[in-house]
Design a protein around this ligand. Sequence first.
Ligand code: F6P
Length: 327
Amino acid sequence: MQKEIKKIAVFTSGGDAPGMNAAIRAVVRAGLYNHLEVFGIMRGYEGLIDNSFKTLNSKMVSNIIQQGGTILKSARSKLFMTKEGRKIAYNNLKEKGIDAVVAIGGNGTFTGAKVFQEEYNIPFVGIPGTIDNDLCGTDYTIGYDTAINTAMQAIDKIRDTANAHNRLFFVEVMGRDAGFLALRSGISSGAEAVLLPEISTHLQNLHLYLETGFKEKKSSGIIVIAEGEEEGGAYEIAKKVRTDFEDYDVRVTILGHVQRGGSPSAFDRVTASKLGVAAVEALLLGENDVMLGTKCGKVVSVPFSTVIRKDKKIDQKLYDLLTVLNY
Ligand code: F6P
């Protein structure tokens, strides 16, 4: 029989994402609503190992739904990848009497949670928090929508100066090995081309595009590049284009960590609130070893083993729109 859940803990881990605070707030409030004691673990798995726990009450999560970052801080823990590290983490949870854990993070977080689950019997439920949107089994991860909007607004600004000088800009956006953020920020900012790791022919496509009449149609342009694309990133590609098309005035911008910060969008806040409450309900119903995500707006529960598969497909139809929209 499943042990009754009285105490839960929540932590954020991996790269922070806007909306993590909204998720923490939802977990804490849902825990208290269900008469549970709720602990926050500082700095993800690092805090689990160095015993950095604090009791959270309702007031402590007031006024955070609109804040980027994470009040629990975040980290990527090397120690948790070791058997010894996980044993210390387990002993700390046991010693505090914690019955179940909510983990908010991305691929690394759930890979860690899955290994922990195979070794120890404390239930873990995950909430997807990453700007990369690279987790299988969910349409959206928390932070992705905000990051798209941040990148789009930055690219809008770059377009003003690109236009003023008749320049071709290569803008690199984050996303680790995945092109989700690049594709949506590119489509929404009217990019002339988007280069993604998922599309192997992208460099030929770009050459073709620049060769076949780009100059006649446009005086300036924006090429969005996903940081994970395989030709070497924005600087490398810009270098090749400079060599092959000497008459283009080329510039490069790397958007970087600006995409991780800022106040979360309404969409991310609502998703985080839904999933935070659902995570606590799932634990109370005896779920374990799963992440809660959304599919077509509905909350779904996906095994960690599926979540971390790293084979989430990009929306090919959305990518194909670029050809039409840049005709
Ligand atoms: O996973 C989120 C992310 O921002 C990726 O898009 C990026 O590749 C990585 O984290 C950057 O990590 P760090 O903040 O450790 O430089």
